[in-house]
Write a protein that binds this ligand. Sequence first.
Ligand code: 5GP
Length: 204
Amino acid sequence: MDQKQRGQARDGWNSGLTVLAGPTAVGKGTVSTYIRDTYPEVWLSVSATTRPPREGETDGVHYFFIAPEEFDRLVAEGAFLEWAVVHGQNRYGTLRRTVEEAIAAGRHVLLEIDLQGARQVKSAMPDARFVFLAPPSWDEMVRRLRGRGTESDQEQQRRLETAKIELAAEPEFDVTIVNDDVKRAADELVSLMGLTPHARQASH
Ligand code: 5GP
């Protein structure tokens, strides 16, 4: 690809697909939940996972919670646009057909996935927008991870180690958004997607 073509692909960002990735505990899930609740015009992909649901999570809304055997079957069928083992534990994957249909229908498609998945999408769909969600600082990220309190110490340590490696991947992305405030970061993301952020409500 020569420089001009690359420039056009970047300017056009023409696939209708935006990929949001970033280190563990940076708040990708919180930003995507906010977008799910606030921006129905964004088509947020629902991933399949072998992880069991957490309290408050609904099958088909937050994830499709499936058995490992079912995940194997979908991998064998080539049903995933990308998939990865995250934190050395559970498998997560993006269902190719629904994403391709949404793109073809002209929807503003958003994937919130891990870095390994983002790299797979980059080789399959290089014209997508690749957005890196960064923490305001390392200390803030550690604080958020510990504050979540849903994982054991061992699990937290494992996630921090993954996060250090993931932070180094920032230059692979087109744009970085700092998650200093969920609403602000989400608004910046929807602007990048070509949508108009909703007016802020006055805080009470
Ligand atoms: P959690 O288990 O906390 O919901 O998510 C753990 C990690 O899995 C997060 O970093 C999230 O971005 C990532 N993830 C969620 N869905 C997918 C997916 O479909 N593919 C990949 N590669 N990662 C995913």
